[in-house]
Design a protein around this ligand. Structure first.
Ligand code: F6R
Length: 607
């Protein structure tokens, strides 16, 4: 979950590393550090608990005269948040940064007799000690790295410098990602593309268990036997400045505002003659025709996208679909076989639980389709088929545009499946596809009235607990809205299927408890409104997001915010954007660092 950077080239490394770490900070923000090297044994290591801005302050007073170095921003796993646990770590002649988890680090520390020399409590420093051990014996960096990784169990992206080999950086990985590039400015690697996109749009994903070496004017890749391997360069389609805040105070606001374009970019290239078409991406209709059941594996917001898919699949395809929290999947004896289509949904494409669930499902014979935002990521590579959401980089920890682009792509898939399975006619699918194409406009409408949502948000700033209630699709929408609110505002928020209230949770409603309700489904209207009245009559303060055409009469009774009219099944789009804005304004008005909520990190690569 940590951010990693390595650079050797023409420029002052201090600037390059600090700028990159600022961009990578969303991957973890407990502590940060850099180590630099240069000719004549020049070395410096600066690190601290805290943010990259704290590291920047420390670096201000340092005269760092180097063009080669490595950097790290941490999300603590082993050992608390303190200066000495921050990366880089040093043992002997080896300095490294690490992302991942070394499961057998305690045994290894014993075996290599390095427990006493360890300064930190991290698993990473043990790896530095092991590489140093082999390096002291052989003086050979490559074989020292190979011998070390053969002994370690777990996930790792390691970026290593040797005192005796200035201005060269080594790297190796298993599961945890590393991407790399070379330009006229130098060679660079990072834990993800956000740090590279300011430099170039050409990059390659370092293959697992391959050693990468960065030199000032060259980059080399070797397999573990020492054979040179050609890097598989790819072109990223992100704009050069797509990782900037674009004038917004927070990435989350920028990313909420980008949703109309992000959705258009995701769906339009896949609509041919008015129909969804995935043939250019090599996803065959057979996959959609032959599957007997669907199983979604995903986490958090991506799993909530799966719940919306579930509602669509049931109502439009009348098919069996399970949505599994990826972290629970393998341990819940899932019923899957070669007739199951497993859909893995993930923004980052690196979430370890989703990756492991996918691998497990494949072993049981399931076919797999991944819905991913980050090109070339681990889940994308593991899956039989992949469709990318063209959301561009999502930097705010709280997911917004990734979610709605996932939904838009999933809806297209359902439409294609309906056609392939002969459930809907061409004309019917065309009508549904056209309805989807109107989603960006309806989101623009919500965005244009965001100030009213800001005012509503102002009424819950003091709340300690808040409830969200709705039925059917509205409940799925609120599960995501509630997650958004709790992660960025720290208000305890629960989403309930409103029919369930009477079976327990209504006991929590007291005078003035804020309750957010969403009413967008005509068939549920009466029941939902009754449930809202039940909590209102027990003192709850209601905020109601309601589809415009259902709103008549309600404004007399409730504080109503009207959502633009779309087909009921597509109301998830405007309603979710309204709830994203609600969470965003609560958080920013409370003065929180919206983009970096406490304890979280953007990419979750530990189980
Ligand atoms: C919440 C959020 C997380 C992620 C989850 C899965 O705002 O961002 O719940 O959705 O960690 O991440 P990905 O989609 O990268 O697999």
């Amino acid at each position: 979950m940590c951010g990693i950077i390595g650079y050797t080239g023409k420029h002052s490394v201090k600037e390059v590393l600090l700028n990159a770490l600022t961009l990578l900070e969303y991957r973890g923000y407990d502590s940060a550090g850099i180590a630099v090297s240069g000719g004549n044994g020049y070395r410096k290591l600066i690190k601290c608990a805290g943010r990259v801005s704290d590291l920047e302050k420390l670096c201000e007073s340092e005269n760092i005269d180097s063009t080669c170095g490595i950097g790290h921003t941490r999300w603590a796993t082993h050992g608390g948040v303190c200066d000495r646990n921050a990366h880089p770590h040093r043992q002997g002649k080896v300095t490294l940064v690490h992302n991942g988890i070394i499961e057998n680090y305690k045994e290894l520390a014993e075996e290599f007799n390095i427990s006493d020399s360890l300064i930190s409590e991290t698993d990473s420093e043990v790896v530095a000690g092991m590489i140093n051990h082999f390096y002291s014996e052989s003086g050979d960096p490559m074989s020292s790295i190979v011998k070390t990784v053969k002994k370690i169990r777990g996930t790792f992206a390691l970026v290593i410098m040797f005192d005796d080999i200035p201005e060269v950086i080594y790297s190796i990985r298993n599961v945890s990602p590393i991407v790399a590039t070379i330009t006229d400015e130098g060679a660079m690697l990072a834990s993800d593309l956000t740090a590279l996109c300011a430099f170039t749009n050409r990059y390659f994903v370092v293959p697992e268990y391959h050693i990468l070496t960065l030199h000032k004017k060259d980059i080399k890749l070797y397999d573990l036997a020492g054979n040179e391997v050609e890097p598989d360069f790819q072109t990223m389609d992100w704009e050069k400045n797509s990782a900037d805040k674009g004038g917004y105070p927070f990435y989350m606001e920028k990313e909420i505002m980008e949703q109309p374009d992000a959705i258009s970019n995701t769906i339009m290239p896949r609509i041919k003659d008015g129909l969804p078409d995935f043939s250019e991406e090599g996803v065959p209709d057979d996959l959609f025709e032959e599957s007997k059941r669907i199983c979604v594996v995903a986490c958090g917001t991506a799993m909530h996208a799966g719940l919306v898919l579930q509602a669509w699949v049931k109502s439009k395809l009348h098919m069996h679909i399970d949505v599994e929290t990826a972290s629970e999947f393998m341990y819940s004896d899932p019923v899957i076989n070669n007739h199951t289509l497993v859909i893995a949904i993930s923004q980052s494409g690196e979430t370890i639980d989703t990756l492991e669930a996918l691998k497990y499902a494949k072993k049981q014979g399931a076919k797999s389709l991944a819905i991913i935002n980050v090109k070339g990521s681990s889940i994308a590579r593991e899956s039989d088929y992949v469709l990318y959401t063209n959301a561009g980089p999502e930097i705010a920890v709280a997911s917004t545009k990734a979610y709605t682009t996932q939904l838009s792509l999933l809806y297209l898939i359902v439409c294609r499946m309906a056609l392939a399975r002969g459930i809907l006619t061409k004309d019917e699918v065309m009508a549904d596809t056209a309805a989807l194409m109107s989603v960006p406009e309806s989101i623009k409408d919500v965005l244009s009235r965001r100030n009213d949502i800001h005012v509503i948000a102002g009424n819950v700033l003091e709340a300690k607990d808040l409830f969200m209630i709705g039925r059917g699709l509205d409940h799925s929408i609120l599960l995501e809205g509630s997650l958004k609110l709790k992660e960025v505002s720290y208000i305890h928020s629960e989403a309930y299927a409103s029919g369930e209230l009477k079976h327990g949770p209504i006991a929590l409603i007291t005078d003035d408890t804020p309750v957010v309700a969403v009413v967008t489904q005509k068939k549920l209207y009466e029941k939902e409104v009754s449930n809202i009245r039940e909590v209102k009559s027990r003192g709850a303060r209601i905020v109601l997001f309601v589809k415009d055409e259902l709103s008549e009469n309600l404004e007399k009774e409730f504080h109503v915010w009207r959502l633009p009219n779309l087909k009921d099944e597509l109301m998830v789009f405007p309603a979710s954007v309204a709830l994203q804005l609600f969470a965003y304004y609560v958080s920013s008005d409370k003065g929180f660092d919206v983009d970096k909520p406490r304890n979280l990190a953007k990419v979750v690569t530990v189980e």
